[in-house]
Design a protein around this ligand. Structure first.
Ligand SMILES: [Zn+2]
Length: 442
């Protein structure tokens, strides 16, 4: 990939397909996968106004719903049901002078905003009752007009339509110009319109596919460790560093952010700097995603089973603080590996037991003394010499294989989680971190 100063990576084919869910039969075969296809869209100035209105209305409905539930809770009233919420926040509110303008946008957009709120609540409840594993999910938070990313969703019953001339017709917004970089395999069941911090618009279609994409089996199985000096280290000894162009882009972003922090609040120069940062940020995010897609695809192709450290556990046992700088990038990367493994019929496992993968000898199993972060290689009393990260990766692979055997499963894909930090409007992020947007994340 050539990267120039003004290089803005486009979403590649592979990037456009992110699963949001799938079904699996009793033989462990993926029957149906929901994939996301993302395309850049170019609304006219008039359509941008309409979209801004829809983003605003969706945000108001979400916040109204959240406030209503919070107030009910404070007053000791029962939890407001989804149906009741929809009735009061949308149907009845439209009849009041304060919220009459909600009628100006598609009601599906409003219902979907409430659906997001309901999902956020369900995830939160599942998390606090222990039904949901992983890092605790925070209760829903109010959305702000200052949020970097605005999104609305249209489902099929909103009658959105891809027209013969290639435009995307959205109710009460109009026909949007789309850059189709590939064709949709079948009718989409929903589409989200997203505006990112850099002011770009995207359409994210959810499409169901039933095709069998299982790859021919291969022998190798791999463990991947979140490296200290590398992005990832594999049990076969391969060390993966974030590529130079990505580090360069991240450095440039950091410089721009520093420059931004020196600008006076409310000044025009600050506004300009904010936009510059947002653009650089989008560039880093796109470049990183592109790189992670290529990396995850090749790892899934080359290995029959892939095991990774569970980030939630890494977070708990933070003797490995230095790794935190990679965490968010790691979450999106392992998420990609996970859904691609399911899609292509490979086994995937997160090693979720906390064990001292770094100082345990992968040859004799002896647990050695703690070592400083700068110790790159060490000798075990059994005579083995270890590279610190490769040894850890080998331990991850062994633990993953043991887990897989214990489950009694031959290669069997697990349920795919909703895609993280991609174009979804589902606030579903079990272990993903908010700092996904952070600049150090490579
Ligand atoms: Zn040993």
């Amino acid at each position: 990939m050539r990267v120039g100063e003004r290089f803005v990576p486009e979403l590649r084919d592979e990037d456009q397909r992110v699963p949001s869910s799938c079904a699996i039969n009793q033989h462990g075969i993926v029957l149906l996968v929901q994939l996301r296809y993302n395309f850049r869209v170019y609304p006219t100035p008039g359509q941008q106004v309409e979209l801004a209105r829809a983003f605003g209305c969706a945000r108001v409905v979400f916040n109204d719903g959240l406030r209503l539930r919070q107030e009910a809770r404070e007053q000791g009233l029962p939890y407001v049901s989804d149906a009741e919420l929809s009735k009061r926040i949308i149907t009845q509110a439209k009849g009041t002078p304060q919220r009459a303008w909600l009628g100006e946008v598609s009601s599906v957009v409003l219902q979907q905003a409430l659906a997001d709120l309901n999902t956020a609540y369900r995830n939160f409840f599942a998390s606090i009752t222990g039904k949901r594993k992983g890092r605790t999910v925070a209760p829903p938070r109010f959305r702000s007009r200052k949020d970097n990313r605005q999104a609305i969703r249209f489902t099929k019953n909103s009658r959105f339509k891809v027209l013969d001339n290639g435009r995307l017709r959205l109710p009460k917004i109009g026909d949007l110009a789309v850059r189709w970089s590939r064709t949709l395999p079948s009718d989409p069941s929903s589409v989200a319109i997203i505006r990112d911090a850099a002011g770009r618009y995207f359409a994210s279609f959810v499409v169901q596919t039933g095709e069998d994409e299982t790859l021919p089996p291969v022998e190798s199985e791999v463990g991947i460790d979140l490296g200290l000096t590398h992005f990832a280290v594999m049990s076969n000894g391969t060390k993966i560093a974030a590529p130079k162009f990505l580090r360069r882009a991240a450095r440039k972003l950091k410089r721009l952010q520093q420059s931004l922090s020196r600008k006076r609040r409310g000044s025009n120069n600050r506004k300009k700097a904010v936009l510059k940062v947002a653009r650089a940020h989008a560039r880093v995010a796109d470049t990183r995603r592109d790189w992670q897609h290529k990396l995850s695809t090749s790892i899934v192709r080359e290995n029959q089973a892939i095991f990774v450290e569970d980030l939630c556990v890494v977070g708990l046992g933070r003797t490995r603080l230095a790794k935190s700088v990679h965490d968010a990038g790691w979450a999106s990367f392992t998420g990609m590996v996970e859904y691609k493994a399911a899609r292509y019929g490979r086994a995937f496992g997160r090693v979720d037991r906390f064990f001292p993968s770094t100082r345990m000898c992968s040859q004799c199993g002896r647990i050695n003394e703690k070592m400083a972060l700068n110790v790159r290689a060490w000798d075990c009393r059994c005579g083995a010499t270890h590279n610190r990260d490769v040894n850890a990766a080998i331990n991850v692979r062994a633990a993953g294989q043991a887990d897989l055997n214990a489950r009694g499963a031959h290669v069997r894909p697990g349920l795919i989680p909703a895609a993280r930090n991609e174009a979804g409007t589902h606030p579903d992020a079990a272990c993903s971190t908010r700092s996904v947007e952070g600049i150090f994340v490579l």
